[in-house]
Design a protein around this ligand. Structure first.
Ligand code: BTN
Length: 268
């Protein structure tokens, strides 16, 4: 990690707003990294505690899902990764909990009220405001740890969006303060993650469903590994975080996070 003296987010502004016990209590700031995901993965392998957060001002190889790049210019976004060591089976709930936390934090600091697009997207209308990626490290069939990353477009980049994002990306606006957004986000993450840990995820999921217009009859485009596209219909987000869909032949299938590769959802 490249470090310089000083920080870009002022701890004195953030710490009084942080009400967590462990999420973000170890928080490292980096000016520029390839990906905060790699930084946290490295710390995890060294035995870092659950709740460690690395936040970067800029990423040179920010990762999105499906092998996409996450555009991560300096000054305009919030790019962070978080170490979780879940001991519960429904790890598919983690990206939902984090996406919901991002929406709740945005509610708290801005006039926006983002929607959620199962399983990982934070949306303003049909434009993408942010996304969540959850990378699990497995050992003997068990989840050893999860590195969960969140990217939120806070203000429009000074140099503007690259052409491929110009018609699809959303941002919150220049008046939104990252030093306020980050602690709100970490507070909401801990609350939602604790709900899962303690077996109280129902209310969290109900709020997720309320904010997710991409369900109940929404067409779900599934691309099989061999390139075949099939249109299913969303039925509901299930208690384990999977998406129940009806296939064209009338059979029902549950889709999980790892099956999201090659799938996209669209409203008609
Ligand atoms: C997606 O919607 O495709 C997920 C985007 C996740 C981006 C964040 S930015 C911080 C963290 N570091 C990364 O390299 N990716 C995640």
């Amino acid at each position: 990690m490249t470090r310089v003296d000083g920080v870009f987010l002022d701890p004195n502004a953030m710490v009084p707003r942080l009400t967590t016990y462990y999420i973000g209590r170890y928080l490292e700031q980096a000016w520029i990294v390839e990906s905060t995901q790699d930084e946290v993965r490295r710390r995890a392998a060294e035995g870092a505690p659950e709740g460690l957060v690395v936040v970067a001002e800029r990423q040179t190889a920010g990762r999105g899902r499906k092998g996409d790049r996450w555009f991560s210019p300096a000054g305009s976004g919030l790019y962070l990764s978080l170490l979780l060591r879940p001991r519960f089976p429904d790890v598919m709930l983690i990206p939902l909990a984090l996406g919901l936390a991002a929406a709740q934090a945005v509610d708290a600091v801005s006039k926006h009220r983002p929607d959620l697009k199962w399983p990982n997207d934070i949306m303003i209308g049909d434009r993408k405001l942010g996304g969540v990626i959850a990378e699990s490290q497995m050992q003997e069939g068990q989840v050893l740890f999860v590195v969960a990353g969140i990217g939120i477009n806070v203000s429009e980049p000074v140099e503007g969006w690259p052409p491929e994002l110009a018609s699809t990306a959303a941002s919150l606006g220049p008046d939104v303060d990252r030093e306020w957004l980050l602690p709100e986000l970490l507070n909401a993450i801990e609350a939602n993650y604790e709900a899962i840990k303690t077996g109280h995820s129902a209310a969290m999921l109900a709020e997720y469903r309320n904010r997710c217009p991409y369900r109940r009859g929404a067409p779900v485009m599934i691309t099989a590994g061999d390139g075949v596209r099939e249109e299913a219909q969303a039925i509901e987000i299930e208690a384990d975080g999977s998406l129940l869909v009806e296939m064209p032949d009338g059979t029902r299938q549950r889709l999980y996070g790892h099956q999201v590769l090659g799938m996209r959802m669209e409203t008609r």
